[in-house]
Design a protein. Structure first.
Length: 416
């Protein structure tokens, strides 16, 4: 699929409320636009939506009452003189299905809600993953622009040094140092472009685009400091807000209803009916019948035990997910704080290193600096410029990670 074939109706997105937005992939999309496109077009989500329809159909089926049954028989004599034609009519109904109908319906409806919430969490996770891919592409593209400028300067310097070496205007050590710095920049630039293309391929696969398709990405986002009060409030409300936790609650409710159904199936009468008969002597009779289970060996106790154990398993799974959510949010906050500290450190140190690198070249030419020291300064400046962009990317990815755990859009996580 090409970018022009993407579905772009943001009104169909069920995630956190979005302001009215027009998405035109041909004129550039930002990471939030990419998140919307992923939710609307992801092949995996299309399959999961189809699967969620099964749960809806099961809930519909559980709401239907059992059909009554009618048994008919006729017994005609070989000759009319031997007696009347005998017949029997016996309507019946499944009492067990009627008794358990309410519990079965409650279980199916809770399972349908669970499937819908699981789908919503998958949509949110896909949207956030798409944002991460888009930010990774954008930041690596920006990093590549900076590194390309450095690489061009170093390539020009290495070319001039090589020519000067031929004319014996510089030493071999100087020319070798310039060439080594240029090759180091080449490698940094190549690695950055590879990282951007890898993320682009992952984004295309997530959205369902052809591998060769290219979304025109634009960066309109700004990072903001997280609001601790908003984070605490969102974490406290997570059991009432996060779709995966709500889905586990719905799964527990469904299993609780299944347990009630298993208990109700202990009712001994499973079928109840009425009969109207006529024998060969033309005597008519009315009757009633029932199918009764004798709870001597089974009594549905095995199924009750299974349903009760399954309910306890789901309760423990929910508690484990809740505990993991608290731990994940704490880790996301720690990651964000650590990356922010790294960004601030690099932003303070990199300009100093760049200034030293600018002074190192003339010092090398004057003989005040040997080639090893010159190369070390140049490589340190280049390495730290690259690291600065890497930490900026990590900072933005940590932002998205915290928002993902809290199921909140950026405006509600950050300070105004």
């Amino acid at each position: 699929m090409s970018a022009s074939q993407l579905s772009v109706d943001a009104a169909k997105v069920r995630l956190a409320p979005l302001p009215p937005r027009r998405i035109d992939p041909a004129h550039g999309v930002d990471p939030v636009d990419v998140a919307v496109l992923a939710v609307l077009n992801s092949p995996d989500l299309v399959a999961k939506r189809a699967a969620s329809h099964v749960a809806a159909a099961q809930a519909f089926s559980a709401g239907l009452l059992p059909d009554p049954q009618v048994a008919l028989n006729i017994d005609a004599p070989d000759r009319p003189s031997m007696g009347a034609t005998a017949y029997g009519i016996a309507p019946s109904i499944d009492i067990s299905a009627l008794i358990t109908h309410s519990a079965a319906l409650a279980a199916a409806r809770a399972a349908e809600r669970q499937a819908n919430l699981d789908l919503l969490w998958s949509e949110w996770s896909t949207a956030q993953q798409a944002r991460q891919y888009a930010v990774t592409i954008l930041m690596n593209d920006e990093k590549a622009v900076v590194l390309a400028q450095i690489d061009a300067e170093l390539a020009d310097r290495a070319q001039k040094s090589g020519a000067a070496l031929v004319g014996h205007d510089v030493t071999g050590a100087v020319a070798a140092a310039d060439l080594a710095a240029k090759l180091d920049a080449d490698m940094q630039l190549a690695d950055t472009r590879v990282a951007a293309e890898k993320a682009r391929g992952q984004l295309n696969a997530l959205i369902g685009l052809a591998p060769t398709a290219r979304l025109e990405l634009v960066d309109r986002g700004e990072t903001r400091d997280p609001d601790p009060a908003a984070i605490r409030s969102a974490l406290a409300a997570a059991p009432r807000r996060r779709p995966d936790l709500l889905a586990l609650q719905a799964g527990y409710a469904s299993q609780n209803a299944n347990l009630r159904k298993a208990i109700l199936l202990q009712f001994p009468v499973s079928t109840l009916g009425y009969s109207r008969q006529n024998d060969n002597t033309n005597i008519h009779s009315n009757g009633a019948f029932a199918t009764v289970a004798l709870p001597i060996f089974n009594g549905n106790r095995g199924d009750i035990a299974i349903q009760r154990a399954t309910r306890e398993q789901l309760r423990q799974e929910y508690q484990a997910r809740l505990d993991q959510t608290v731990a994940d949010v704490a880790q996301a906050q720690a990651d964000l704080a650590a990356e922010q500290a790294e960004v601030e450190r690099f932003e303070a140190d990199v300009p100093k290193l760049e200034a030293q690198a600018r002074l190192a070249r003339p010092a090398l030419a004057r003989g005040d600096l040997d080639s090893a020291a010159y190369l070390a300064i140049d490589e340190a400046a280049l390495r730290n410029v690259a690291a600065l962009w890497d930490t900026r990317l990590a900072r933005r990815l940590a932002d998205i990670g915290l928002e993902t755990e809290l199921f909140l859009p950026p405006a509600e996580v950050s300070r105004p």
